[in-house]
Design a protein around this ligand. Structure first.
Ligand code: HEM
Length: 321
């Protein structure tokens, strides 16, 4: 009887150890992950991203957004890069992504350069995380140490992309709860939204805001933005998210919000009498706090764990091996 009890306890202890070990395996990322297996991975990615951003500066914005839209769906696992295939319904066609998310070919190019030096070693999910950091640094934004060791998914989820990515019509409470469900707090959410200091948005995302003549928009700003965004049609005409310094990563986005010059409805709700007003004010006064909070929040976002089946290292980012 005693023997039976002891062996049960031993088995239970082993199972517990295995569970803890497997949990920490999937969670443990480290900045030195490729130091032995691919020492030139990071410099190769950096060269590739710098080249892409110098060709087109907006690409920096697009790459930061690509990483964000990856991490919010099944965790940071490069699921967004998978194209339609017999077992894959691509996230690229989800509402928030289709005709909007860009930069896939830049990640493909970086991946093929890395594959040339270390075949089958570096995940697409890690390349996305490094690319976002290098993109920020390339346009005057902060840099940070990227944790590495993510695996690529063998699945994608169009459904989660539709349901979990934030919408430009969301109110502040909804935004806060969406980010909370990914382990990010309100301060992280506001800091990360600060990446709207670069990049562009299409007319259909801000049309309602510039024509509704509400009191939460600066009249001059609305009329400027109406020039290239008519009441109907030309849905994909572009406008800079930060009208003052659209090409540099600074804290003007927050200064704009205080002047009621946020472009998207979801930008202006961060400063409209709600709970995030004080964070916006702080970032508008203090660019270095914004930049260091942005860097920490990007690291935190990059830590959103991959859910679902065990991952792999994809040979090409758009398809499973
Ligand atoms: C808070 C909720 C957010 C909403 C509702 C939102 C929504 C949007 C929308 C509608 C656009 C314009 C897309 C288009 O017109 O094609 C956009 C652009 C962008 N978003 Fe967000 N976003 C949010 C948060 C974030 C976060 C957390 C990041 C990054 C960490 C981010 C980075 C960007 C960047 C850099 C662009 C410009 C992309 C480009 O020019 O290609 N956004 N966002």
């Amino acid at each position: 009887m005693n023997y039976y009890k002891n062996s049960c306890a031993a088995i239970a202890a082993i199972l517990l150890l295995l569970l803890v070990a497997s949990m920490s395996c999937s969670a443990q990322l480290s900045s030195s992950f490729y130091d032995n297996t691919c020492p030139n991975a990071l410099s190769t990615i950096r060269t590739s991203i710098r080249r892409a951003v110098s060709r087109e500066r907006r690409m920096a914005a697009s790459l930061i957004r690509l990483h964000f839209h990856d991490c919010f769906v099944q965790g940071c696992d490069a699921s967004i890069l998978l194209e339609d295939a017999p077992s894959i319904v691509s996230e690229r066609n989800a509402g928030p992504n289709r005709g909007s998310v860009r930069g896939y070919e830049v990640i493909d190019a970086a991946k093929s350069e890395v594959e040339r030096i270390c075949p089958g070693v570096v995940s697409c999910a890690d390349i996305l995380a490094v690319a976002a950091r290098d993109a920020s640094a390339a346009v005057g934004g902060p840099s940070w140490t990227v944790k590495l060791g993510r695996k690529d998914s063998t699945t994608a989820s169009l459904t989660i992309a539709e349901s979990d990515l934030p919408s430009f019509t969301d109110g502040v409470d909804r935004l806060i709860s969406r980010f909370a469900s990914k382990g990010l707090n309100a301060r992280d959410m506001v800091a990360l939204s600060g990446s709207h200091t670069i990049g562009q948005a299409q007319c259909f995302t801000f049309r309602e805001r510039i024509y509704n003549n509400g009191s939460d928009i600066d009249a001059g700003f609305a009329s400027t933005r109406r020039r290239r965004c008519p009441t109907s049609g030309q849905n994909d005409n572009l406008a800079a998210l930060d009208l003052v310094t659209p090409n540099s990563f600074d804290n003007n986005y927050f200064k704009n919000l205080i002047q009621k010059k946020g472009l998207l409805p979801s930008d202006q709700v961060l400063f409209s009498g709600g709970s995030t007003d004080n964070i916006v004010s702080e970032y508008s006064r203090n660019p270095s706090t914004f930049k260091s909070d942005f860097a920490s929040a990007m690291v935190k976002m990059g830590d959103i764990p991959h859910t679902g089946q065990d991952g792999i290292i994809r040979r090409i980012c758009s398809a499973i091996n």
